[in-house]
Ligand binder design. Structure first.
Ligand code: PLP
Length: 223
């Protein structure tokens, strides 16, 4: 088995105060999650509804599951009964569906809005202008069963540290902009989810509050 315990603690020792770890366990067996859980880790991230469901049923109930992938609206109903946070909301349509299903379940679901800042065209997410427009339109304010907790983004998958830093700083500045404009009185809007295995140390210098780390803890994924 991969040395999950050692790797997890190495990662944790590199996170400054105020940065929480979402351990990304997609494609890894539940034994790996158990090893991290035994060390006290409670927040795990998955990106596929079926895999998440199986792990949720098999593992301790106090795990906080974050959905980190692209979520189709027709899958929302399956995860809403137990999901703790949906990190990658990139449309009002998805937000409204989460609200609708959450209401049916008598829950309030935490969500992050996903920004598209990276240069890669294949990535999902709202452009800054789309995000501004969504917030300005204000329909989200009527959605009582979703709680907007902040922003999420993935930097470009490049070696150029300066580019990664620039993208994360754009996200951090944008957070300040919308925080001031729409969430100044709302303490729940506080999360900046950026930083993965290859760039989390940069993210920690760019105001991240939540890093999503898989490979560095669990090893390479076997697809
Ligand atoms: C898989 C994934 C991660 C983790 O990536 P690693 O490089 O393995 O740390 C983080 N965020 C998202 C959205 C992912 O899909």
């Amino acid at each position: 088995m991969y040395p999950v315990k050692k790797k997890l603690n190495e990662v944790l020792s590199r996170l400054p105060n105020g940065v929480r770890l979402v351990a990304i366990s997609k494609y890894h067996p539940k034994e790996y999650i158990e090893a991290a859980y035994a060390e006290g880790q409670r927040i795990f991230g998955e990106s596929h509804e079926q895999e998440l469901k199986q792990k949720h049923l098999a593992l301790p109930a106090d795990i906080e599951w974050h959905f980190i992938g692209h979520l189709q609206t027709n899958k929302v109903k399956y995860i809403v009964p137990y999901i703790s946070m949906i990190e990658a909301v990139d449309s009002l349509k998805l937000l409204k569906e989460i609200d609708k299903q959450a209401k049916k379940n008598g829950r309030v679901i935490k969500v992050l809005l996903e920004l598209h800042i990276a240069e890669e065209e294949t990535k999902y997410g709202l452009t800054l202008d789309d995000c501004r427009q969504l917030l300005k339109d204000g329909e989200w304010k009527q959605l009582d069963n979703v709680q907007l907790c902040g922003l999420m983004m993935m930097a470009s998958n490049v070696d150029d540290e300066q580019q990664i830093r620039n993208e994360m700083n754009i996200a951090a500045n944008f957070f300040d902009e919308v925080k001031q404009k729409y969430f100044a009185d709302n303490d729940s809007f506080c999360e900046r989810s950026w930083g993965m295995s290859h760039d989390f140390t940069i993210a920690c210098q760019c105001k991240s509050t939540m890093v999503r780390i898989g490979t560095e803890i669990f090893g390479p994924r076997i697809y």
